[in-house]
Design a protein around this ligand. Structure first.
Ligand code: GLU
Length: 420
Protein backbone atom coordinates (compact mmCIF):
# COMPACT_ATOMS: atom_id res chain seq x y z
CA UNK A 1 0.00 0.00 0.00
CA UNK A 2 1.26 3.52 -0.81
CA UNK A 3 0.91 5.96 2.06
CA UNK A 4 -1.99 8.36 1.47
CA UNK A 5 -0.08 11.21 3.20
CA UNK A 6 1.76 12.45 0.04
CA UNK A 7 -1.54 12.37 -1.89
CA UNK A 8 -3.18 14.41 0.81
CA UNK A 9 -0.32 16.96 0.78
CA UNK A 10 -0.57 17.16 -3.03
CA UNK A 11 -4.29 17.81 -2.74
CA UNK A 12 -3.75 20.62 -0.21
CA UNK A 13 -0.96 22.17 -2.32
CA UNK A 14 -3.10 22.03 -5.47
CA UNK A 15 -6.02 23.68 -3.71
CA UNK A 16 -3.77 26.50 -2.42
CA UNK A 17 -1.84 27.03 -5.66
CA UNK A 18 -4.85 28.88 -7.09
CA UNK A 19 -4.07 31.72 -4.64
CA UNK A 20 -2.04 34.42 -6.38
CA UNK A 21 -2.39 37.33 -3.98
CA UNK A 22 0.59 38.94 -2.27
CA UNK A 23 4.02 39.90 -3.53
CA UNK A 24 7.57 38.73 -2.79
CA UNK A 25 9.51 40.98 -0.41
CA UNK A 26 11.12 43.88 -2.25
CA UNK A 27 12.88 45.77 0.54
CA UNK A 28 15.78 43.36 0.05
CA UNK A 29 16.10 43.85 -3.73
CA UNK A 30 17.55 40.39 -4.43
CA UNK A 31 14.47 38.71 -2.89
CA UNK A 32 12.26 40.41 -5.48
CA UNK A 33 13.98 38.47 -8.30
CA UNK A 34 12.50 35.11 -7.17
CA UNK A 35 9.85 33.29 -9.23
CA UNK A 36 6.73 34.20 -7.20
CA UNK A 37 4.90 31.00 -8.15
CA UNK A 38 7.35 28.58 -6.55
CA UNK A 39 5.48 26.47 -4.04
CA UNK A 40 6.61 23.59 -1.85
CA UNK A 41 5.21 21.81 1.19
CA UNK A 42 7.09 19.36 3.42
CA UNK A 43 6.26 17.45 6.56
CA UNK A 44 8.65 15.48 8.77
CA UNK A 45 7.58 13.15 11.55
CA UNK A 46 9.41 12.88 14.85
CA UNK A 47 10.74 9.49 13.75
CA UNK A 48 12.32 11.06 10.66
CA UNK A 49 9.91 10.24 7.83
CA UNK A 50 9.80 13.05 5.30
CA UNK A 51 6.89 13.78 2.96
CA UNK A 52 7.11 16.60 0.45
CA UNK A 53 5.44 17.98 -2.66
CA UNK A 54 6.12 20.69 -5.25
CA UNK A 55 9.23 22.87 -4.94
CA UNK A 56 10.15 21.48 -1.53
CA UNK A 57 13.78 20.90 -2.64
CA UNK A 58 14.24 24.40 -4.00
CA UNK A 59 16.65 26.53 -1.97
CA UNK A 60 15.73 29.96 -0.61
CA UNK A 61 17.04 32.10 2.23
CA UNK A 62 15.92 31.25 5.73
CA UNK A 63 15.51 34.91 6.80
CA UNK A 64 13.53 35.38 10.02
CA UNK A 65 12.97 31.67 10.57
CA UNK A 66 16.58 31.65 11.79
CA UNK A 67 15.51 33.97 14.63
CA UNK A 68 13.70 31.14 16.39
CA UNK A 69 16.68 28.80 16.28
CA UNK A 70 19.19 31.48 17.28
CA UNK A 71 17.02 32.36 20.25
CA UNK A 72 17.12 28.67 21.19
CA UNK A 73 20.90 28.75 20.85
CA UNK A 74 21.17 31.81 23.11
CA UNK A 75 19.02 30.06 25.74
CA UNK A 76 21.11 26.90 25.35
CA UNK A 77 24.38 28.78 25.81
CA UNK A 78 23.45 31.35 28.45
CA UNK A 79 20.32 30.03 30.15
CA UNK A 80 16.83 31.45 30.11
CA UNK A 81 17.31 34.13 32.80
CA UNK A 82 20.41 35.68 31.26
CA UNK A 83 18.70 35.92 27.87
CA UNK A 84 15.54 37.32 29.45
CA UNK A 85 17.61 40.12 30.96
CA UNK A 86 18.39 41.25 27.40
CA UNK A 87 15.24 40.29 25.46
CA UNK A 88 11.69 40.04 26.78
CA UNK A 89 9.13 37.44 25.61
CA UNK A 90 6.02 39.62 25.19
CA UNK A 91 4.21 39.72 21.82
CA UNK A 92 4.70 43.25 20.52
CA UNK A 93 1.89 43.52 17.98
CA UNK A 94 4.36 45.71 16.06
CA UNK A 95 5.70 45.02 12.57
CA UNK A 96 8.90 42.94 12.60
CA UNK A 97 11.21 45.87 11.81
CA UNK A 98 9.68 48.36 14.25
CA UNK A 99 12.20 50.58 16.03
CA UNK A 100 10.67 49.95 19.44
CA UNK A 101 12.25 48.91 22.71
CA UNK A 102 10.66 48.65 26.17
CA UNK A 103 10.67 52.19 27.54
CA UNK A 104 12.03 51.38 31.02
CA UNK A 105 14.54 48.61 30.32
CA UNK A 106 15.50 49.27 26.70
CA UNK A 107 14.97 45.56 26.05
CA UNK A 108 13.50 44.40 22.76
CA UNK A 109 10.01 43.03 23.39
CA UNK A 110 10.65 39.58 22.00
CA UNK A 111 13.30 37.64 20.06
CA UNK A 112 11.17 37.25 16.92
CA UNK A 113 11.17 40.93 15.91
CA UNK A 114 14.37 42.31 14.42
CA UNK A 115 15.44 44.22 17.54
CA UNK A 116 15.25 41.02 19.60
CA UNK A 117 16.80 38.87 16.91
CA UNK A 118 19.77 41.20 16.44
CA UNK A 119 20.27 41.06 20.20
CA UNK A 120 20.13 37.26 20.48
CA UNK A 121 22.42 37.03 17.46
CA UNK A 122 24.97 39.14 19.36
CA UNK A 123 24.69 36.94 22.48
CA UNK A 124 25.73 33.60 20.99
CA UNK A 125 29.09 31.98 20.21
CA UNK A 126 30.77 32.66 23.56
CA UNK A 127 31.73 35.93 25.31
CA UNK A 128 34.73 36.70 23.09
CA UNK A 129 33.27 35.62 19.78
CA UNK A 130 34.08 37.71 16.71
CA UNK A 131 31.18 38.57 14.36
CA UNK A 132 32.37 35.80 12.03
CA UNK A 133 32.71 33.39 14.97
CA UNK A 134 29.10 34.09 15.92
CA UNK A 135 27.98 33.44 12.40
CA UNK A 136 29.92 30.17 12.39
CA UNK A 137 28.25 29.06 15.64
CA UNK A 138 24.84 29.86 14.17
CA UNK A 139 25.63 28.23 10.85
CA UNK A 140 26.75 25.08 12.71
CA UNK A 141 23.49 25.05 14.64
CA UNK A 142 21.38 25.39 11.48
CA UNK A 143 23.34 22.56 9.81
CA UNK A 144 22.83 20.34 12.88
CA UNK A 145 19.10 21.01 12.74
CA UNK A 146 18.84 20.33 9.00
CA UNK A 147 21.15 17.32 9.19
CA UNK A 148 23.23 18.54 6.25
CA UNK A 149 25.72 21.25 5.26
CA UNK A 150 23.90 24.48 4.31
CA UNK A 151 25.26 27.14 1.94
CA UNK A 152 24.89 30.92 2.13
CA UNK A 153 23.41 33.13 -0.59
CA UNK A 154 26.03 35.88 -0.88
CA UNK A 155 23.91 37.88 -3.33
CA UNK A 156 21.02 38.09 -0.89
CA UNK A 157 23.41 38.94 1.94
CA UNK A 158 25.04 41.79 -0.03
CA UNK A 159 21.65 43.00 -1.20
CA UNK A 160 20.33 43.09 2.38
CA UNK A 161 23.43 45.01 3.50
CA UNK A 162 22.97 47.55 0.68
CA UNK A 163 19.57 48.46 2.11
CA UNK A 164 20.00 47.62 5.82
CA UNK A 165 19.20 51.15 7.02
CA UNK A 166 16.42 50.10 9.41
CA UNK A 167 18.35 47.22 10.93
CA UNK A 168 21.37 49.51 11.37
CA UNK A 169 19.11 52.06 13.07
CA UNK A 170 17.76 49.34 15.36
CA UNK A 171 21.30 48.14 16.16
CA UNK A 172 22.43 51.68 16.98
CA UNK A 173 19.43 52.07 19.27
CA UNK A 174 20.36 48.78 20.97
CA UNK A 175 23.96 49.95 21.28
CA UNK A 176 22.85 53.22 22.88
CA UNK A 177 21.04 51.19 25.58
CA UNK A 178 24.08 48.86 25.97
CA UNK A 179 21.86 45.93 24.98
CA UNK A 180 24.53 45.11 22.41
CA UNK A 181 28.12 46.16 22.98
CA UNK A 182 29.77 45.47 19.60
CA UNK A 183 29.85 47.72 16.57
CA UNK A 184 26.28 47.91 15.17
CA UNK A 185 27.64 47.55 11.61
CA UNK A 186 29.46 44.29 12.42
CA UNK A 187 26.48 42.85 14.25
CA UNK A 188 24.02 43.68 11.45
CA UNK A 189 26.35 42.31 8.81
CA UNK A 190 26.69 38.93 10.57
CA UNK A 191 22.95 38.93 11.38
CA UNK A 192 22.14 39.48 7.69
CA UNK A 193 24.44 36.58 6.86
CA UNK A 194 22.51 34.41 9.32
CA UNK A 195 19.33 35.38 7.42
CA UNK A 196 20.98 34.46 4.09
CA UNK A 197 21.57 30.79 4.89
CA UNK A 198 20.00 28.69 2.14
CA UNK A 199 17.44 26.04 3.06
CA UNK A 200 14.72 24.04 1.35
CA UNK A 201 11.22 23.32 2.67
CA UNK A 202 12.45 19.77 3.32
CA UNK A 203 15.32 21.13 5.46
CA UNK A 204 12.94 23.37 7.35
CA UNK A 205 10.50 20.52 8.00
CA UNK A 206 13.37 18.51 9.49
CA UNK A 207 14.49 21.50 11.57
CA UNK A 208 10.93 21.94 12.84
CA UNK A 209 10.66 18.19 13.48
CA UNK A 210 13.74 18.51 15.71
CA UNK A 211 11.75 20.95 17.85
CA UNK A 212 8.70 18.66 17.70
CA UNK A 213 10.99 15.84 18.83
CA UNK A 214 12.00 17.70 22.02
CA UNK A 215 15.34 18.84 20.55
CA UNK A 216 16.68 15.62 19.02
CA UNK A 217 17.23 15.66 15.24
CA UNK A 218 15.02 12.78 14.08
CA UNK A 219 17.43 11.41 11.44
CA UNK A 220 20.90 12.00 12.86
CA UNK A 221 19.80 11.44 16.47
CA UNK A 222 21.87 14.45 17.58
CA UNK A 223 20.49 16.31 20.59
CA UNK A 224 20.48 19.97 19.50
CA UNK A 225 18.39 21.48 22.32
CA UNK A 226 17.30 20.28 25.76
CA UNK A 227 13.62 19.50 26.31
CA UNK A 228 13.09 22.54 28.56
CA UNK A 229 14.77 24.82 26.01
CA UNK A 230 12.45 23.54 23.30
CA UNK A 231 9.36 24.06 25.44
CA UNK A 232 10.40 27.65 26.05
CA UNK A 233 11.26 28.28 22.41
CA UNK A 234 7.98 26.82 21.15
CA UNK A 235 6.03 28.98 23.60
CA UNK A 236 7.69 32.11 22.26
CA UNK A 237 7.11 30.96 18.67
CA UNK A 238 3.44 30.41 19.46
CA UNK A 239 2.90 33.88 20.88
CA UNK A 240 5.35 35.93 18.79
CA UNK A 241 6.35 33.90 15.73
CA UNK A 242 4.03 35.25 13.07
CA UNK A 243 4.92 38.95 13.11
CA UNK A 244 1.97 41.13 14.03
CA UNK A 245 -0.60 38.48 13.09
CA UNK A 246 0.42 36.14 15.92
CA UNK A 247 -3.01 36.30 17.62
CA UNK A 248 -4.85 35.37 14.43
CA UNK A 249 -2.42 32.55 13.84
CA UNK A 250 -2.86 31.06 17.30
CA UNK A 251 -6.63 30.96 16.95
CA UNK A 252 -6.84 29.75 13.35
CA UNK A 253 -3.79 27.43 13.16
CA UNK A 254 -2.62 26.85 16.72
CA UNK A 255 0.84 25.50 15.86
CA UNK A 256 4.04 27.17 17.17
CA UNK A 257 5.49 28.71 14.02
CA UNK A 258 7.92 31.17 12.50
CA UNK A 259 7.87 32.78 9.10
CA UNK A 260 10.51 34.56 7.05
CA UNK A 261 10.35 37.13 4.26
CA UNK A 262 12.09 34.63 1.95
CA UNK A 263 8.67 32.91 1.75
CA UNK A 264 9.18 30.11 4.25
CA UNK A 265 7.07 29.17 7.25
CA UNK A 266 7.84 26.46 9.78
CA UNK A 267 5.47 24.93 12.29
CA UNK A 268 6.40 22.46 15.02
CA UNK A 269 3.73 20.42 16.75
CA UNK A 270 5.25 18.93 19.91
CA UNK A 271 5.50 15.15 19.83
CA UNK A 272 4.05 14.95 16.32
CA UNK A 273 5.41 16.69 13.23
CA UNK A 274 7.45 19.50 11.75
CA UNK A 275 5.83 21.24 8.79
CA UNK A 276 7.34 23.72 6.34
CA UNK A 277 6.01 25.65 3.37
CA UNK A 278 7.72 27.77 0.75
CA UNK A 279 5.89 30.31 -1.41
CA UNK A 280 7.38 33.77 -1.89
CA UNK A 281 4.20 35.87 -2.18
CA UNK A 282 3.75 37.63 1.18
CA UNK A 283 0.77 39.28 2.85
CA UNK A 284 0.84 42.70 4.51
CA UNK A 285 2.35 41.19 7.69
CA UNK A 286 5.23 39.59 5.74
CA UNK A 287 3.84 36.03 5.97
CA UNK A 288 3.64 33.77 2.92
CA UNK A 289 0.01 33.86 1.72
CA UNK A 290 -0.12 30.30 0.43
CA UNK A 291 1.91 29.13 3.40
CA UNK A 292 -0.68 30.49 5.83
CA UNK A 293 -3.42 28.85 3.77
CA UNK A 294 -1.66 25.46 3.82
CA UNK A 295 -1.20 25.63 7.58
CA UNK A 296 -4.85 26.59 8.11
CA UNK A 297 -5.96 23.61 6.06
CA UNK A 298 -3.59 21.13 7.65
CA UNK A 299 -4.54 22.30 11.12
CA UNK A 300 -8.25 22.02 10.37
CA UNK A 301 -8.23 18.78 8.35
CA UNK A 302 -5.76 16.88 10.47
CA UNK A 303 -6.73 18.25 13.88
CA UNK A 304 -3.27 19.73 14.48
CA UNK A 305 -4.38 22.72 16.57
CA UNK A 306 -2.54 22.60 19.90
CA UNK A 307 -5.77 23.10 21.81
CA UNK A 308 -7.36 20.15 20.06
CA UNK A 309 -6.18 17.52 22.47
CA UNK A 310 -7.55 13.99 22.46
CA UNK A 311 -9.28 13.21 25.74
CA UNK A 312 -7.04 11.02 27.88
CA UNK A 313 -7.87 7.34 27.61
CA UNK A 314 -10.79 6.74 29.95
CA UNK A 315 -9.47 3.54 31.33
CA UNK A 316 -5.81 3.74 32.16
CA UNK A 317 -6.39 0.75 34.41
CA UNK A 318 -7.09 -1.54 31.53
CA UNK A 319 -8.15 -4.54 33.62
CA UNK A 320 -7.56 -6.17 36.96
CA UNK A 321 -7.35 -9.88 37.61
CA UNK A 322 -6.45 -12.22 40.44
CA UNK A 323 -3.87 -14.93 39.89
CA UNK A 324 -3.72 -17.84 42.35
CA UNK A 325 -5.76 -18.18 45.52
CA UNK A 326 -5.67 -17.93 49.27
CA UNK A 327 -2.61 -16.32 50.82
CA UNK A 328 -0.74 -16.54 47.47
CA UNK A 329 -3.39 -14.67 45.47
CA UNK A 330 -1.93 -11.74 43.51
CA UNK A 331 -4.13 -8.84 42.41
CA UNK A 332 -2.78 -7.65 39.01
CA UNK A 333 -3.54 -4.13 37.80
CA UNK A 334 -2.94 -3.85 34.04
CA UNK A 335 -2.18 -0.26 33.03
CA UNK A 336 -2.16 0.97 29.45
CA UNK A 337 -1.45 3.94 27.19
CA UNK A 338 0.70 7.02 27.60
CA UNK A 339 0.33 7.98 31.22
CA UNK A 340 0.65 11.65 32.15
CA UNK A 341 -0.74 13.56 35.11
CA UNK A 342 -4.42 12.87 34.37
CA UNK A 343 -3.80 9.19 33.62
CA UNK A 344 -1.85 8.77 36.85
CA UNK A 345 -4.61 10.55 38.76
CA UNK A 346 -7.07 7.94 37.45
CA UNK A 347 -4.87 5.09 38.62
CA UNK A 348 -4.46 6.64 42.07
CA UNK A 349 -8.20 7.31 42.35
CA UNK A 350 -8.97 3.74 41.40
CA UNK A 351 -6.58 2.41 44.05
CA UNK A 352 -7.99 4.77 46.66
CA UNK A 353 -11.65 4.05 45.90
CA UNK A 354 -11.33 0.31 45.39
CA UNK A 355 -8.27 -0.89 47.32
CA UNK A 356 -7.08 -4.45 46.65
CA UNK A 357 -8.25 -7.03 49.18
CA UNK A 358 -5.25 -9.26 48.41
CA UNK A 359 -1.95 -8.78 50.24
CA UNK A 360 0.06 -9.34 47.07
CA UNK A 361 -0.31 -6.76 44.34
CA UNK A 362 1.33 -6.53 40.88
CA UNK A 363 1.32 -3.49 38.61
CA UNK A 364 1.50 -4.68 35.01
CA UNK A 365 3.00 -2.00 32.73
CA UNK A 366 2.98 -4.20 29.61
CA UNK A 367 0.51 -1.90 27.79
CA UNK A 368 2.14 1.39 28.84
CA UNK A 369 4.02 3.41 26.21
CA UNK A 370 5.43 6.05 28.49
CA UNK A 371 5.24 7.03 32.11
CA UNK A 372 7.48 9.92 32.98
CA UNK A 373 7.79 13.04 35.12
CA UNK A 374 4.87 13.61 37.48
CA UNK A 375 3.12 10.37 36.45
CA UNK A 376 6.14 8.31 37.52
CA UNK A 377 6.35 10.14 40.84
CA UNK A 378 2.62 9.71 41.45
CA UNK A 379 2.62 5.98 40.70
CA UNK A 380 5.64 5.35 42.91
CA UNK A 381 3.98 7.28 45.73
CA UNK A 382 0.83 5.17 45.33
CA UNK A 383 2.99 2.04 45.59
CA UNK A 384 4.71 3.40 48.69
CA UNK A 385 1.31 3.91 50.29
CA UNK A 386 0.14 0.43 49.29
CA UNK A 387 3.21 -0.91 51.08
CA UNK A 388 2.38 1.17 54.16
CA UNK A 389 -1.08 -0.44 54.07
CA UNK A 390 0.64 -3.84 54.33
CA UNK A 391 0.73 -4.93 50.66
CA UNK A 392 3.68 -6.57 48.94
CA UNK A 393 3.89 -4.79 45.58
CA UNK A 394 5.59 -6.13 42.43
CA UNK A 395 6.09 -4.78 38.94
CA UNK A 396 5.60 -6.50 35.60
CA UNK A 397 7.69 -4.24 33.37
CA UNK A 398 9.44 -6.12 30.60
CA UNK A 399 9.81 -2.98 28.45
CA UNK A 400 11.43 -0.99 31.24
CA UNK A 401 9.02 1.96 31.25
CA UNK A 402 9.59 2.41 35.00
CA UNK A 403 13.34 1.85 35.47
CA UNK A 404 14.97 2.10 38.93
CA UNK A 405 11.55 1.90 40.54
CA UNK A 406 12.19 3.17 44.05
CA UNK A 407 9.03 4.24 45.89
CA UNK A 408 11.19 6.27 48.27
CA UNK A 409 11.28 3.81 51.17
CA UNK A 410 14.66 2.38 50.20
CA UNK A 411 13.29 -0.86 48.75
CA UNK A 412 13.41 -1.15 44.96
CA UNK A 413 10.41 -2.89 43.45
CA UNK A 414 10.87 -6.47 42.38
CA UNK A 415 9.71 -7.81 39.06
CA UNK A 416 7.30 -10.64 38.37
CA UNK A 417 7.38 -12.46 35.02
CA UNK A 418 5.05 -11.18 32.27
CA UNK A 419 3.32 -14.55 31.89
CA UNK A 420 2.02 -14.39 35.46
N1 GLU B 1 16.84 39.65 7.12
C1 GLU B 1 15.52 40.18 7.27
C2 GLU B 1 15.54 41.47 8.06
O1 GLU B 1 16.08 41.52 9.10
C3 GLU B 1 14.64 39.16 7.93
C4 GLU B 1 13.26 39.65 8.07
C5 GLU B 1 12.22 38.60 8.02
O2 GLU B 1 12.37 37.53 7.47
O3 GLU B 1 11.16 38.90 8.59
O4 GLU B 1 15.00 42.44 7.64
Amino acid sequence: MDSPVPDYLTEVAQACSATRTGEPATYIPELATVDPDLFGVAMATVDGTLYSVGDARREFTIQSISKAFVYGLAVRELGHEAVLAKVDVEPSGDPFDELSLEPTTGRPRNPMINAGAITTHALVGGPDASPMGRFEAIHGLLCDLAGRELAVDDDVWRSEMDTAHRNLAIAHLLRSHDIITDSPEDVVSAYARQCSVLVTAEDLAMMAATLANAGVQPVTGKRVFGGGQVRHLLSVMLTCGMYDSAGDWVSSVGIPAKSGVGGGIIGALPGQVGIATFSPRLDAHGNSVRGVEVFERLSRDMGLHLMEVAPPARSVVHATRVVGSGEDAVRVFELSGTIGFTGAERVLRRLAEDPPAERLVAVDLGGVHSLEGPARVMLLEAIRRLRLDGHEVYLIDTEGVLPDADPGDGRLLEQLPAEL
